[in-house]
Design a protein around this ligand. Structure first.
Ligand code: ATP
Ligand code: MG
Length: 427
């Protein structure tokens, strides 16, 4: 037999034996986000394409090259979400959440879809955790959201991560800057890639984000946005830095960061690891004061970030960090025939109500094969129900690691007894 087809290029199967790593990362991210007052939002996997054209921006790589876009059966253009911010912000506006207490703080876990050249750390379907704050323009919010990202990274135990920070100003300061950039890049017009030639007209700052060898080689000599910031934007950036200093969040200013999406303003940042090769950016974010209005809401400042979970797990594996250990089966109950198996099933049902991972035979296996299975799944305890046990309602709990046996009565205190024994092992 041959499999009909294999998984599409650039996608991954996250298998049960690895899933505890995902649970560790998700739990920590969720705990940190909630400690900052964020509540989870879940939005659709696909949206009308217009949302991303506006919410990500027509001059970005994502929109120009990477979106999974198709027409549905009614001929509407649909896109699988390439990032989480646009959907979260759309949902916030559409559901009137900006009329509630501001700032509105939310977090989400989402799959993202981008048609990219697959390589280590770059997939066509990948996972992000994202945070968005809406309704605050203060530098305090920029500092808080960066601290939040930093807390997730620290709580996961990631080492050697650097935070790079920049300000890309507001539309006002960018006017002058765009002029300077245009002047600079026009000198190299003959060598720029086709996409950048178009960007030169529409959004010259995007040129700094081009991944092509030739375009990116001119980045170093390009004018820097920090030299063009207006007084307000300068003051905002200084305040963000001052607050990060006070919070003990270390950063370096990298005037070359512009970020991938169009509607960023002021603060932009990336957390980068050198341990996983060239795709080392594990988190990217910034302020996007233009976005809410751009997609049809009342002008509302906002900011956010997204972390690539595959890349985070790669760093953790690379640094041999601890994930929360995989759960183990607390008790396997072996039996001999239909009658004892039914009793085993009843006991298992009770134990599950107490939250134990308990199992018994559901495959009609021989006693020997059941014990083999209990070993395979690494059951911590095992118990045998035979005719005697059934009659006397008593049995022995056998600790699989060393064979120690503890007699137990199969009454309503049984679950508590098992709990004490399991807790003892954990200690
Ligand atoms: P890059 O410069 O690596 O293409 P980006 O600017 O396109 O990143 P964002 O849109 O900021 O990325 O996404 C946030 C995070 O999601 C990134 O920092 C990264 O960790 C992760 N990410 C982005 N694209 C991919 C991908 N194709 N595969 C896996 N993770 C990704
Ligand atoms: Mg990208």
């Amino acid at each position: 037999m041959e499999l009909v087809t294999k998984r599409p290029r650039g996608t991954e199967d996250k298998l049960p034996k690895e899933i505890y790593k995902w649970h560790t990362v998700e739990k920590i991210a969720e705990n940190v986000a909630e400690s900052y007052g964020c509540k989870e939002i879940r939005t659709p996997t696909f949206e009308h394409t217009e949302l991303f054209l506006r919410g990500v921006g027509g001059t970005t790589d994502v929109v120009q090259k990477e979106m999974y876009t198709f027409n549905d059966k009614k001929g509407r253009s649909i896109t699988l979400k390439p990032e989480g911010t646009s959907g979260a912000v759309r949902a916030t506006i559409e559901n009137g959440l900006l009329n509630d207490a501001l700032p509105f703080k939310t977090y989400y876990f989402t799959r993202c879809f981008r048609y990219e050249a697959p390589q280590s750390g770059r997939l066509r379907e990948f996972n992000q955790v994202g945070i968005e704050y809406l309704g605050t323009a203060s530098a305090a919010a920029d500092a808080e959201i960066i601290a939040l990202a930093n807390d997730i990274i620290t709580n996961l135990g990631l080492k050697n991560i650097r935070l790079e920070l920049n300000s890309i100003g507001c539309p006002k300061c960018r006017e002058q800057y765009h002029k300077a950039l245009k002047e600079y890049y026009t000198r190299y017009k003959d060598e720029l890639c086709g996409t950048c030639l178009e960007r030169l007209e529409r959004n010259p700052m995007r040129l700094l984000d081009c991944k092509s060898e030739i375009c990116s080689s001119y980045k170093d000599g390009a004018p820097m946005i920090l030299d063009y910031l207006c007084d307000d934007c300068k003051a905002h950036f200084d305040s963000v830095k001052k607050r990060l200093d006070a919070l003990g969040v270390k950063y370096t200013v990298n005037p070359r960061i512009v970020r991938g999406l169009d509607y960023y303003t002021n603060t932009v940042f990336e957390f980068i690891s050198n341990d996983i090769g060239s795709q080392g950016t594990i988190c990217g974010g910034g302020r996007y004061n233009g976005l809410v209005e751009e997609i049809g809401g009342a002008a509302t400042p906002g900011l956010g970030f997204a972390m690539g979970l595959e890349r985070i797990i790669m760093v953790m594996e690379n640094q041999q960090l601890d994930f929360e250990p995989e759960k183990k089966c607390d008790l396997y109950i072996a039996s001999f025939d239909e009658e004892t198996n039914i009793y085993a099933m009843e006991l298992v049902k009770q134990l599950r109500e107490y939250g134990f991972w308990a199992e018994c035979d559901i495959s009609g296996r021989s006693f020997k094969a059941q014990m083999k299975y209990a070993n395979k799944i690494n059951a911590v305890y095992c118990m045998v129900i035979g005719e005697d046990e059934l009659k006397t309602k008593s049995a022995k709990l056998k600790r699989m690691s060393d064979g120690t046996e503890t007699p137990v009565t199969l009454d309503d205190k049984f679950a508590q007894k098992l709990n004490t024994l399991v807790m003892d092992i954990c200690l």
